[in-house]
Design a protein around this ligand. Structure first.
Ligand SMILES: [Zn+2]
Length: 368
Protein backbone atom coordinates (compact mmCIF):
# COMPACT_ATOMS: atom_id res chain seq x y z
CA UNK A 1 0.00 0.00 0.00
CA UNK A 2 1.38 3.43 -0.91
CA UNK A 3 1.17 6.42 1.37
CA UNK A 4 -0.66 9.77 1.48
CA UNK A 5 -3.32 10.56 -1.09
CA UNK A 6 -2.85 7.30 -2.97
CA UNK A 7 -3.53 5.05 0.02
CA UNK A 8 -7.22 4.39 -0.42
CA UNK A 9 -8.69 2.84 -3.54
CA UNK A 10 -11.98 1.69 -2.13
CA UNK A 11 -14.69 2.80 0.24
CA UNK A 12 -17.39 1.36 2.44
CA UNK A 13 -21.00 2.23 1.85
CA UNK A 14 -23.25 2.93 4.84
CA UNK A 15 -26.92 2.25 4.15
CA UNK A 16 -29.16 4.19 6.53
CA UNK A 17 -32.51 2.53 7.07
CA UNK A 18 -35.35 2.92 9.53
CA UNK A 19 -36.84 0.18 11.61
CA UNK A 20 -40.46 0.92 10.90
CA UNK A 21 -42.47 -2.14 9.96
CA UNK A 22 -41.38 -5.71 9.20
CA UNK A 23 -43.70 -5.43 6.19
CA UNK A 24 -41.59 -2.60 4.82
CA UNK A 25 -39.64 -2.69 1.57
CA UNK A 26 -36.41 -2.15 3.51
CA UNK A 27 -36.99 -5.18 5.77
CA UNK A 28 -37.75 -7.41 2.79
CA UNK A 29 -34.77 -6.10 0.87
CA UNK A 30 -32.12 -7.02 3.47
CA UNK A 31 -31.66 -10.69 2.35
CA UNK A 32 -31.13 -9.58 -1.27
CA UNK A 33 -28.13 -7.42 -0.34
CA UNK A 34 -25.29 -9.85 -0.54
CA UNK A 35 -22.33 -7.45 -0.58
CA UNK A 36 -20.75 -8.06 2.80
CA UNK A 37 -18.87 -4.74 2.75
CA UNK A 38 -22.14 -2.85 3.30
CA UNK A 39 -22.43 -1.17 6.67
CA UNK A 40 -26.06 -0.73 7.71
CA UNK A 41 -27.02 2.08 10.06
CA UNK A 42 -30.36 1.29 11.67
CA UNK A 43 -32.37 4.27 12.86
CA UNK A 44 -34.56 2.80 15.60
CA UNK A 45 -37.94 4.46 15.59
CA UNK A 46 -39.75 2.05 17.92
CA UNK A 47 -38.93 -0.84 20.24
CA UNK A 48 -41.48 -3.24 18.68
CA UNK A 49 -39.64 -4.05 15.44
CA UNK A 50 -36.05 -3.35 16.43
CA UNK A 51 -35.21 -6.96 17.32
CA UNK A 52 -36.47 -8.27 13.99
CA UNK A 53 -34.48 -5.62 12.07
CA UNK A 54 -31.32 -5.97 14.14
CA UNK A 55 -31.46 -9.76 13.93
CA UNK A 56 -31.90 -9.78 10.16
CA UNK A 57 -29.14 -7.20 9.70
CA UNK A 58 -26.61 -8.99 11.89
CA UNK A 59 -27.25 -12.28 10.13
CA UNK A 60 -26.47 -10.58 6.78
CA UNK A 61 -23.70 -8.14 7.67
CA UNK A 62 -20.64 -8.03 9.88
CA UNK A 63 -21.45 -4.88 11.81
CA UNK A 64 -24.57 -2.82 12.47
CA UNK A 65 -24.64 0.80 13.58
CA UNK A 66 -27.63 1.66 15.75
CA UNK A 67 -28.95 5.20 16.23
CA UNK A 68 -31.96 6.70 18.00
CA UNK A 69 -32.73 9.48 15.48
CA UNK A 70 -33.95 12.30 17.71
CA UNK A 71 -33.69 14.74 14.78
CA UNK A 72 -36.94 13.19 13.50
CA UNK A 73 -38.77 14.87 16.39
CA UNK A 74 -38.10 18.30 14.89
CA UNK A 75 -40.38 17.97 11.85
CA UNK A 76 -43.62 16.09 11.32
CA UNK A 77 -43.19 12.66 9.72
CA UNK A 78 -44.63 9.17 9.89
CA UNK A 79 -42.18 7.88 12.53
CA UNK A 80 -42.61 10.75 14.98
CA UNK A 81 -45.28 9.28 17.24
CA UNK A 82 -43.60 5.88 17.68
CA UNK A 83 -40.27 7.60 18.34
CA UNK A 84 -41.84 9.85 20.99
CA UNK A 85 -43.20 6.76 22.70
CA UNK A 86 -39.77 5.11 22.65
CA UNK A 87 -38.21 8.20 24.22
CA UNK A 88 -40.91 8.32 26.89
CA UNK A 89 -39.85 4.81 27.93
CA UNK A 90 -36.13 5.61 27.53
CA UNK A 91 -35.60 9.38 27.98
CA UNK A 92 -31.85 8.84 27.63
CA UNK A 93 -31.06 7.12 24.28
CA UNK A 94 -27.98 5.55 25.91
CA UNK A 95 -30.28 3.54 28.23
CA UNK A 96 -32.11 2.21 25.19
CA UNK A 97 -28.85 1.27 23.41
CA UNK A 98 -27.59 -0.57 26.50
CA UNK A 99 -30.92 -2.39 26.84
CA UNK A 100 -30.87 -3.38 23.16
CA UNK A 101 -27.35 -4.74 23.56
CA UNK A 102 -28.51 -7.01 26.38
CA UNK A 103 -31.63 -8.09 24.43
CA UNK A 104 -29.54 -9.07 21.44
CA UNK A 105 -26.73 -10.66 23.41
CA UNK A 106 -24.41 -10.19 20.44
CA UNK A 107 -21.12 -12.08 20.80
CA UNK A 108 -17.87 -10.24 19.93
CA UNK A 109 -16.54 -10.63 16.38
CA UNK A 110 -14.07 -13.54 16.19
CA UNK A 111 -11.28 -11.64 14.39
CA UNK A 112 -11.08 -8.44 16.41
CA UNK A 113 -12.97 -9.16 19.61
CA UNK A 114 -15.01 -6.00 19.03
CA UNK A 115 -18.79 -5.94 19.09
CA UNK A 116 -20.84 -6.11 15.86
CA UNK A 117 -23.14 -3.53 17.47
CA UNK A 118 -21.80 0.00 17.13
CA UNK A 119 -23.89 2.59 18.99
CA UNK A 120 -24.29 6.04 17.45
CA UNK A 121 -24.26 9.21 19.57
CA UNK A 122 -26.44 11.71 17.75
CA UNK A 123 -28.51 14.77 18.56
CA UNK A 124 -31.38 17.05 17.65
CA UNK A 125 -31.00 19.13 14.56
CA UNK A 126 -29.70 22.69 14.87
CA UNK A 127 -28.06 22.66 11.48
CA UNK A 128 -26.93 26.26 11.01
CA UNK A 129 -24.48 26.46 13.92
CA UNK A 130 -24.72 23.12 15.73
CA UNK A 131 -23.43 22.41 19.20
CA UNK A 132 -22.14 18.90 19.91
CA UNK A 133 -22.53 18.85 23.70
CA UNK A 134 -25.27 16.16 23.52
CA UNK A 135 -22.86 13.85 21.72
CA UNK A 136 -20.10 14.61 24.26
CA UNK A 137 -22.37 13.51 27.12
CA UNK A 138 -23.46 10.37 25.22
CA UNK A 139 -19.85 9.48 24.36
CA UNK A 140 -18.93 9.59 28.07
CA UNK A 141 -21.75 7.16 28.94
CA UNK A 142 -21.20 4.86 25.96
CA UNK A 143 -17.41 4.58 26.18
CA UNK A 144 -17.43 2.31 29.22
CA UNK A 145 -19.90 -0.13 27.66
CA UNK A 146 -19.14 -0.27 23.94
CA UNK A 147 -16.11 -0.38 21.71
CA UNK A 148 -15.96 1.01 19.12
CA UNK A 149 -18.51 3.84 19.15
CA UNK A 150 -19.71 6.31 16.52
CA UNK A 151 -20.74 9.95 16.66
CA UNK A 152 -23.09 11.47 14.13
CA UNK A 153 -22.63 15.22 13.81
CA UNK A 154 -24.42 17.77 11.65
CA UNK A 155 -22.14 19.55 9.18
CA UNK A 156 -22.87 23.28 9.76
CA UNK A 157 -24.46 25.41 7.05
CA UNK A 158 -21.87 28.14 7.74
CA UNK A 159 -18.10 27.72 7.54
CA UNK A 160 -17.17 25.99 10.79
CA UNK A 161 -14.01 28.01 11.39
CA UNK A 162 -16.17 31.17 11.38
CA UNK A 163 -18.45 29.89 14.17
CA UNK A 164 -16.38 29.79 17.37
CA UNK A 165 -18.96 27.91 19.47
CA UNK A 166 -19.45 25.12 16.91
CA UNK A 167 -15.73 24.94 16.20
CA UNK A 168 -14.83 24.63 19.90
CA UNK A 169 -17.59 22.14 20.50
CA UNK A 170 -16.29 19.95 17.66
CA UNK A 171 -12.75 20.08 19.08
CA UNK A 172 -14.02 19.02 22.54
CA UNK A 173 -15.99 16.16 20.99
CA UNK A 174 -12.96 14.83 19.12
CA UNK A 175 -10.91 15.00 22.32
CA UNK A 176 -13.52 12.95 24.21
CA UNK A 177 -13.69 10.19 21.61
CA UNK A 178 -11.82 6.95 22.23
CA UNK A 179 -9.27 6.28 19.47
CA UNK A 180 -10.64 4.34 16.47
CA UNK A 181 -14.11 5.79 16.84
CA UNK A 182 -16.31 6.49 13.84
CA UNK A 183 -17.08 10.12 12.98
CA UNK A 184 -20.17 10.39 10.76
CA UNK A 185 -20.38 13.84 9.16
CA UNK A 186 -24.07 14.23 8.37
CA UNK A 187 -25.01 16.87 5.78
CA UNK A 188 -28.50 18.19 6.67
CA UNK A 189 -29.18 19.79 3.26
CA UNK A 190 -26.81 19.55 0.32
CA UNK A 191 -28.59 21.45 -2.50
CA UNK A 192 -27.67 25.12 -2.26
CA UNK A 193 -24.94 24.42 0.32
CA UNK A 194 -22.42 22.47 -1.72
CA UNK A 195 -19.38 24.81 -1.45
CA UNK A 196 -19.76 25.32 2.32
CA UNK A 197 -20.34 21.58 2.81
CA UNK A 198 -17.17 20.88 0.78
CA UNK A 199 -15.12 23.25 2.97
CA UNK A 200 -16.52 21.90 6.23
CA UNK A 201 -16.13 18.25 5.26
CA UNK A 202 -12.49 18.92 4.38
CA UNK A 203 -11.81 20.72 7.67
CA UNK A 204 -13.81 18.38 9.94
CA UNK A 205 -12.59 15.15 8.36
CA UNK A 206 -8.95 16.24 8.43
CA UNK A 207 -9.12 16.94 12.17
CA UNK A 208 -10.89 13.65 12.91
CA UNK A 209 -8.49 11.60 10.77
CA UNK A 210 -5.47 13.21 12.45
CA UNK A 211 -6.80 11.84 15.74
CA UNK A 212 -7.05 8.34 14.33
CA UNK A 213 -10.81 8.13 13.71
CA UNK A 214 -12.64 6.60 10.77
CA UNK A 215 -14.67 9.22 8.91
CA UNK A 216 -17.77 8.85 6.76
CA UNK A 217 -19.83 11.57 5.07
CA UNK A 218 -23.59 10.99 5.24
CA UNK A 219 -26.38 12.33 3.05
CA UNK A 220 -24.35 14.41 0.61
CA UNK A 221 -26.96 13.14 -1.86
CA UNK A 222 -30.13 14.95 -2.76
CA UNK A 223 -32.15 12.06 -4.25
CA UNK A 224 -34.43 14.21 -6.39
CA UNK A 225 -34.12 14.64 -10.15
CA UNK A 226 -32.30 17.97 -9.85
CA UNK A 227 -29.94 16.72 -7.11
CA UNK A 228 -26.47 15.24 -7.24
CA UNK A 229 -24.75 12.48 -5.25
CA UNK A 230 -21.61 14.07 -3.81
CA UNK A 231 -20.88 11.16 -1.44
CA UNK A 232 -18.38 9.36 -3.71
CA UNK A 233 -16.62 12.63 -4.61
CA UNK A 234 -16.25 13.85 -1.00
CA UNK A 235 -15.07 10.43 0.18
CA UNK A 236 -12.43 10.26 -2.56
CA UNK A 237 -11.21 13.86 -2.23
CA UNK A 238 -10.85 13.65 1.55
CA UNK A 239 -9.64 10.03 1.78
CA UNK A 240 -12.60 9.07 3.95
CA UNK A 241 -13.50 5.55 5.01
CA UNK A 242 -16.68 5.89 2.98
CA UNK A 243 -20.05 7.57 2.56
CA UNK A 244 -23.65 6.75 3.30
CA UNK A 245 -27.24 7.78 2.71
CA UNK A 246 -30.86 6.60 2.66
CA UNK A 247 -30.34 4.89 -0.70
CA UNK A 248 -32.67 7.28 -2.60
CA UNK A 249 -35.27 7.54 0.17
CA UNK A 250 -35.98 11.07 1.44
CA UNK A 251 -34.31 12.09 4.69
CA UNK A 252 -37.58 13.26 6.21
CA UNK A 253 -40.23 10.59 5.49
CA UNK A 254 -43.55 12.21 4.78
CA UNK A 255 -46.81 11.09 6.32
CA UNK A 256 -48.99 8.77 4.17
CA UNK A 257 -48.90 9.20 0.39
CA UNK A 258 -51.42 11.12 -1.69
CA UNK A 259 -53.27 9.59 -4.61
CA UNK A 260 -50.95 10.17 -7.55
CA UNK A 261 -52.37 9.19 -10.91
CA UNK A 262 -48.88 9.24 -12.44
CA UNK A 263 -46.57 6.30 -11.82
CA UNK A 264 -42.94 7.32 -11.44
CA UNK A 265 -39.92 5.04 -11.69
CA UNK A 266 -36.76 6.57 -10.27
CA UNK A 267 -33.55 5.21 -11.77
CA UNK A 268 -30.12 6.15 -10.43
CA UNK A 269 -27.62 7.04 -13.15
CA UNK A 270 -24.25 5.93 -11.73
CA UNK A 271 -22.38 7.74 -14.52
CA UNK A 272 -23.92 11.14 -13.77
CA UNK A 273 -24.42 10.56 -10.02
CA UNK A 274 -28.09 11.52 -10.13
CA UNK A 275 -31.66 10.22 -10.33
CA UNK A 276 -33.60 10.08 -13.60
CA UNK A 277 -37.39 9.88 -13.50
CA UNK A 278 -39.59 7.90 -15.86
CA UNK A 279 -43.24 8.86 -15.62
CA UNK A 280 -46.06 6.89 -17.08
CA UNK A 281 -49.76 6.31 -17.07
CA UNK A 282 -49.38 3.26 -14.81
CA UNK A 283 -46.16 1.40 -13.99
CA UNK A 284 -46.21 -0.66 -17.16
CA UNK A 285 -46.10 2.53 -19.22
CA UNK A 286 -43.33 3.97 -17.00
CA UNK A 287 -41.36 0.71 -17.32
CA UNK A 288 -41.67 0.91 -21.13
CA UNK A 289 -40.23 4.42 -21.03
CA UNK A 290 -37.36 3.29 -18.78
CA UNK A 291 -36.34 0.33 -20.92
CA UNK A 292 -36.71 2.32 -24.16
CA UNK A 293 -34.47 5.12 -22.85
CA UNK A 294 -30.94 5.86 -24.06
CA UNK A 295 -29.61 5.56 -20.52
CA UNK A 296 -31.01 2.02 -20.11
CA UNK A 297 -29.58 0.98 -23.50
CA UNK A 298 -26.27 2.58 -22.62
CA UNK A 299 -25.90 0.90 -19.20
CA UNK A 300 -26.40 -2.73 -20.26
CA UNK A 301 -23.08 -3.83 -18.71
CA UNK A 302 -24.34 -2.73 -15.28
CA UNK A 303 -27.26 -5.15 -15.50
CA UNK A 304 -25.22 -8.34 -15.58
CA UNK A 305 -24.50 -7.73 -11.86
CA UNK A 306 -27.83 -6.18 -10.86
CA UNK A 307 -30.58 -8.58 -9.81
CA UNK A 308 -33.18 -5.78 -9.78
CA UNK A 309 -32.40 -4.61 -13.32
CA UNK A 310 -32.23 -8.16 -14.71
CA UNK A 311 -35.70 -8.83 -13.36
CA UNK A 312 -37.01 -5.79 -15.23
CA UNK A 313 -35.11 -6.75 -18.37
CA UNK A 314 -36.73 -10.18 -18.30
CA UNK A 315 -40.15 -8.55 -17.75
CA UNK A 316 -40.54 -10.24 -14.35
CA UNK A 317 -41.54 -6.96 -12.76
CA UNK A 318 -44.71 -6.12 -10.85
CA UNK A 319 -46.81 -2.99 -11.12
CA UNK A 320 -47.03 -2.12 -7.42
CA UNK A 321 -45.40 1.00 -5.90
CA UNK A 322 -43.62 -1.26 -3.34
CA UNK A 323 -41.98 -3.24 -6.16
CA UNK A 324 -40.58 -0.08 -7.76
CA UNK A 325 -39.43 1.27 -4.43
CA UNK A 326 -37.43 -1.92 -3.86
CA UNK A 327 -36.12 -1.68 -7.44
CA UNK A 328 -34.99 1.92 -6.88
CA UNK A 329 -33.16 1.15 -3.61
CA UNK A 330 -31.64 -2.17 -4.68
CA UNK A 331 -30.49 -0.77 -8.04
CA UNK A 332 -28.89 2.21 -6.29
CA UNK A 333 -26.99 0.12 -3.73
CA UNK A 334 -25.85 -2.27 -6.48
CA UNK A 335 -24.55 0.70 -8.52
CA UNK A 336 -22.59 1.95 -5.50
CA UNK A 337 -21.02 -1.37 -4.46
CA UNK A 338 -20.27 -2.46 -8.06
CA UNK A 339 -20.02 0.37 -10.59
CA UNK A 340 -18.81 3.20 -8.34
CA UNK A 341 -16.47 0.88 -6.42
CA UNK A 342 -14.94 -0.25 -9.75
CA UNK A 343 -14.60 3.32 -10.96
CA UNK A 344 -12.85 4.26 -7.70
CA UNK A 345 -10.06 1.86 -8.51
CA UNK A 346 -9.36 3.47 -11.90
CA UNK A 347 -9.27 7.22 -11.13
CA UNK A 348 -6.71 9.38 -9.37
CA UNK A 349 -8.73 12.43 -8.26
CA UNK A 350 -12.21 13.61 -7.30
CA UNK A 351 -12.65 15.58 -10.56
CA UNK A 352 -11.57 12.49 -12.50
CA UNK A 353 -14.19 10.43 -10.62
CA UNK A 354 -17.02 12.95 -10.89
CA UNK A 355 -16.37 15.92 -13.22
CA UNK A 356 -20.02 17.07 -12.98
CA UNK A 357 -19.83 17.22 -9.17
CA UNK A 358 -16.54 19.13 -9.35
CA UNK A 359 -18.13 21.62 -11.75
CA UNK A 360 -21.13 22.18 -9.43
CA UNK A 361 -18.78 22.88 -6.50
CA UNK A 362 -16.70 25.37 -8.50
CA UNK A 363 -19.74 27.19 -9.92
CA UNK A 364 -21.33 27.31 -6.45
CA UNK A 365 -18.16 28.78 -4.96
CA UNK A 366 -18.07 31.51 -7.60
CA UNK A 367 -21.67 32.59 -7.15
CA UNK A 368 -21.91 32.04 -3.40
ZN1 LIG B 1 -29.52 -1.98 -11.61
Amino acid sequence: MSSGGQASRNFQYMWILRGGSTRSVEFNLIPYLTDKTLLPLLEVTDDQTVLAFAGRLTSNFREVFVDVPRYLLDRSNKFQEALRELLRAYPDPVDFLVTLKSWMNWPPLPSSGSSPFIPVASSHGNVVSPDYSDQIIMVRSLSGQFSPIAVRVAVPQLTITNIASTNNSYTSLLQQLPRNSYVLLDVPVISGYVPVAALNIREMSLRARQMGHKVFVLNAFDPFPTGHNFGPYFAFENQLEGFGDFATEPRIPLEGGGGYSTSIIKYYDHERFRIEEFRGNGYQDAENRLTASTIWQHQSSHRSNCRACLEVEHSNYQVSPAYWKQFRIEHYITCIVNDTQNLYGTVTSGPDLDPIGQDIIIRGSQTG
